[in-house]
Design a protein around this ligand. Structure first.
Ligand SMILES: [Zn+2]
Length: 205
């Protein structure tokens, strides 16, 4: 069976130009605000994951993208993104130009059965892990933001770019989850321009 995909392997371009889907603009997120924004993103995710039965429902299939994850599946993915990025940040801050282990989000979704997880537990763990990331970001000193690391595909990152990349990821999927709720409710309008307002829910404002 074809699985929905998180589509975030090659999102490094969002560091250089705004994301047309979720409206995220990396240039508008100063690095010293990243920790606070991560905390509000986690709070927004907990609210999303507490919305009841709809959380586990997959929206109708997207004609272009195929199957679409439920809010629960996106939430479980975001929890794991926070976990993976927490480890990468730690590596970059303690080793010189480390190479990260590969992480396959699609395989993780299947192996860990995202769709069968308990939404409250996912929300709790997501907030816990995001809190660790935020704590780590608060401790980054000015001369550490430029420390480097590489993804297994050779993509280079600095601490600042990895943290910004992470933050877009978790904002973008919040947007995905909200769009899914709308589609399930029968809105049927997936014009991305309409979704920019949804940014308010993730603490962007
Ligand atoms: Zn985006």
């Amino acid at each position: 069976m074809e699985q929905p995909r998180p589509e975030d392997k090659d999102w490094t371009w969002v560091l250089d130009r705004p994301c047309p889907q979720c409206g995220f603009d990396a240039a508008a997120v100063p690095r010293d605000q990243l920790a606070a924004k991560v905390r509000s993103n986690a709070a927004a995710w907990r609210a999303v994951l507490n919305r009841g039965a709809v959380v586990s429902m997959r929206p109708p299939e997207d004609p272009e993208r195929g199957p679409v994850w439920s809010a629960l599946e996106y939430g479980a993915h975001v929890r794991d993104v926070y976990q993976v990025m927490a480890e990468r940040l730690k590596l970059m801050l303690t080793k010189n130009d480390p190479r990260f282990l590969n992480w396959d989000p699609d395989a993780a979704a299947v192996e860990k059965r995202y769709s069968e997880q308990d939404p409250h537990r996912v929300g709790y763990d997501l907030a816990l892990t995001a809190g660790k990331v935020a704590d780590a970001l608060e401790r980054v000193r000015d001369n550490q933001w430029g420390r480097t690391g590489q993804r297994s595909d050779g993509q280079p990152f600095t601490v600042e770019r990895l943290a910004t990349y992470l933050y877009h990821d978790v904002v973008h999927h919040l947007h995905d989850a909200e769009a899914g709720f709308k589609a399930i409710a029968g809105g049927g309008d997936d014009d991305p321009d309409d979704e920019v307002d949804g940014q308010g829910a993730d603490g962007e404002s």
